[in-house]
Design a binder for this molecule. Structure first.
Ligand code: UDP
Length: 240
């Protein structure tokens, strides 16, 4: 088995699909099936979910809101997604726990690192909601932080694109996809993998990141089995 413990980062936008707001139930259901296929292999899976399909702090701030306040609204949005995902997973019979970085004990456990690890060891999928609990951060950085805290083997960044390109493939038809990349190259070329805080943390921890398309058939399972799909950050730079 390639990995024993995986941290999967799913953006809110990915859950939105073609909608302009909220979550697409079909996408959430497909994701639950994909998660099930991985868990059935005995792989431990933790998920950090974003909230961009509902609210982004930066957008709220550009509309005149205080940035920190707007970021708290964004963090609350991630909790809505976490619970939505939990519901879909539990409907498939997958045991789950939601842990939030901002305490709301009526609906979820507070984030407790050792307890999260215990849940994983017992085969429960742990969904981290509420981001890092701090404004001015992102759920990408939360993913890097939680992955380090729970000693995950890898971060899976499931997105709407099939990897990292040397230029925007929508603008440049000659754009080439990287098979592998190193952290330094991502940072210096400002490649859109994760924000720089997240990459810097992964670099320090030598935490590999696999970027792939969430919507490709069986992609989460394939990546979990160690198949080289998308782009892996953590090695040398190689164009596919
Ligand atoms: N957020 C925050 N601190 C965190 C994580 C998230 O303030 O540690 C807020 C921030 O406003 C962000 C919003 O929550 O815009 C939603 O998270 P993000 O944009 O990372 O979601 P995604 O792009 O993955 O859907």
């Amino acid at each position: 088995m390639a990995y024993q413990r995986i941290l999967l980062k799913v953006s809110g936008e990915a859950l939105m699909g073609d909608l302009t707001y909220g979550t697409d139930p079909n996408i959430v259901d497909n994701m639950a099936n994909a998660v099930n296929s991985v868990v059935q292999e005995g792989i431990q899976l933790a998920i950090v979910v974003g909230g961009g399909n509902i609210f982004r702090g930066i957008k709220g701030a550009s509309g005149g809101m205080d940035r920190a306040t707007a970021d708290y609204v964004g963090m609350l949005a991630t909790v809505m997604n976490a619970i939505t995902l939990q519901d879909a997973l539990e409907q498939k019979g997958i045991p789950t726990r939601v842990q939030t970085a901002i305490a709301m004990q009526e609906i979820a456990e507070p984030y407790i690192r050792r307890r999260a690890i215990r849940h994983l060891e017992k085969g429960r999928v742990v969904i981290f909601g509420g981001g890092s609990g701090n404004p001015f951060f992102t759920t990408d950085t939360t993913a890097a932080l939680r992955a380090a805290e729970i000693s995950a083997d890898v971060i899976f960044k499931a997105t709407k694109v099939d990897g990292v390109y040397d230029s925007d493939p929508h603008v440049n038809p000659q754009a080439k996809r990287y098979k592998t990349l190193n952290y330094h190259h991502v940072l210096t070329h400002e490649l859109a993998v994760m924000d720089s805080t997240a990459i810097a943390l992964c670099k320090e921890r030598q935490m590999p990141i696999v970027v792939f398309n969430l919507f490709g058939e069986g992609n989460i399972y394939r990546a979990a089995m160690g198949e080289l799909i998308g782009t892996t950050v953590g090695g040398s730079c190689e164009i596919s």
